[in-house]
Ligand binder design. Structure first.
Ligand code: HSE
Length: 439
């Protein structure tokens, strides 16, 4: 039976960048949203600790308040949009709203990745909806794509470029041949990278988002500590130059692959052939490549962050939930997209040491006869076969040797590198980048 609602009240907690974009969208496109939903969506409350900053928006009198709990408890609000971020106060607001019978929308990937089971249990037992389209891929509708568009498929693999900061830095390093630190510093000056960039450049943000994608693909949670994560700080111009010369592009990839022993879930810099569409996704853009058993491959590309694209994703959730509320059908699509899965279920993660791929190695050696054969000997002893070798420079005291291997096991590669780095000819820790040739 249809409910007799005349409008849907929305409250936004967090009036920062995404909050500002969301409020702008709700106000500027109000008539468009009314047509989409059938009844008006009214911005009832906005909460932020900072009541004085000029965000370039005139809010109706009385809408702006300083306490998020006021939004979570407001009887005129049916949908609470949490845009505070982090896992502290944001969680309190969200859970309070759910407890008060309100549906919630969040862009908070850290909260979902770290406290997913607890939040989902609360949402399910309260019989409300939760939307989190903005948590992965910014403006790209990848959550809905996995939960609905590709719902018929068993997902075999996901390869994602899901951190705009890293993709921006790697793209500029590739284009300009400049070192990581230089490009990062410039990105920080222009506001494209955070003052503390570790969450982004160390791969943590990517791991949070990957955990959400895996949950949507399988219905099971992956504990963050089980995801292998390596960031991009150690990528050097030499690695980029080699990659270019050999037809590869380096991207920070979020990878999930079905394996006999579970699901491989990992985040690390990866060389992929430059002719792959994924390799052409440049700058702050994001992309998610999904392989399903019936659909085959599909690639979604777009702006992975930013005020307006992220607001687009947030409000898409508001629209979906408002439509549900109007028709009295909350919970029609479960948060994970799976009705028959325990909200706290975990997936079996394949042990990382069993992953196998091809590897690129950069070994810093003294240029003297026999070095290469000693290195090749160690690799061979660990069942690692060499596919190509390149030495740049000659006669200098130290030169890099670049090696690409055939497919090898992670555990063998780690043991081999520990031994290689102990050779007297090797001057520095060997750098290794994994190669994915088979997307
Ligand atoms: N910090 C993220 C990125 C954007 O660089 O992609 C928000 O998810």
């Amino acid at each position: 039976m249809n409910s007799q609602r005349k409008e849907i009240g929305v409250g936004v907690v967090g009036f920062g960048t995404v909050g500002t974009g969301t409020v702008r969208l709700l106000l500027e496109n109000a008539e468009h949203l009314r047509k989409r939903v059938g009844i008006p969506i009214r911005l009832v409350r906005v909460a932020d600790l900072d009541l004085s900053r000029d965000r370039g928006i005139r809010l109706p009198e009385g809408v702006l308040v300083s306490d998020g709990m006021q939004v979570a408890g407001d009887p005129a609000v049916q949908i609470v949009v949490e845009l505070v971020g982090g896992t502290g106060a944001a969680k309190d607001y969200l859970l309070a709203a759910v407890k008060n019978g309100k549906s919630v929308v969040t862009a908070n990937k850290a909260l979902l990745a770290e406290c997913g089971p607890e939040i989902l249990k609360a949402v399910v037992s309260a019989g409300v909806d939760i939307g989190f389209e903005a948590s992965v891929g910014g403006g790209i509708p990848i959550i809905r794509t996995l939960r609905e568009g590709l719902a018929a498929n068993r997902i075999r693999a996901i390869f994602g470029i899901i951190n705009g900061t890293c993709n921006y830095i790697l793209s500029r390093m590739t284009r300009e041949g400049r070192p990581f630190a230089d490009v990062l510093e410039e990105a920080q000056k222009t506001g494209l990278a955070e003052a503390d960039p570790s969450f982004d450049v160390d791969g943590i943000d990517t791991a949070h988002k990957l955990a959400i994608l895996v949950w949507l693909a399988t219905g099971g949670h992956v504990p963050l500590k089980e995801i292998f994560v390596e960031g991009i700080r150690e990528i050097a111009p030499q690695d980029i130059a080699f990659a270019k010369e050999f037809g590869y592009t380096i991207k920070l990839l979020a990878i999930a692959k079905e394996k006999g022993t579970g699901i491989e879930v990992r985040v690390h810099p990866t060389m992929i052939p430059s002719h792959y569409l994924l390799a052409t996704v440049d700058g702050a853009n994001n992309a998610v490549y999904v392989k399903g058993d019936f659909v085959g491959s599909s690639l979604s590309v777009g702006q992975g962050a930013g005020m307006l694209p992220t607001a687009s994703a947030v409000v898409s959730d508001v629209i979906e939930i408002a439509r549900n509320l109007r028709k009295g059908s909350s919970g029609r699509i479960p948060p994970s997209g799976f009705f028959l899965s325990d909200p706290a279920a975990r997936i079996e993660v394949a042990p990382f040491h069993q992953v196998s791929c091809e590897y690129y190695l950069r070994i810093h050696v003294v240029d003297r006869p026999g070095v290469l054969s000693r290195i090749a000997g160690v690799l061979g002893h660990h069942q690692i076969s060499i596919s190509s070798v390149l030495q740049k420079g000659r006669g200098e005291s130290a030169v890099p040797i670049f090696i690409v291997t055939h497919r090898a096991k992670e555990s063998d590669m780690r043991s081999a590198l520990a031994e290689v780095d102990r050779l007297p000819d090797v001057l520095d820790r060997t750098r290794m980048i994994r190669i994915e040739n088979n997307l």
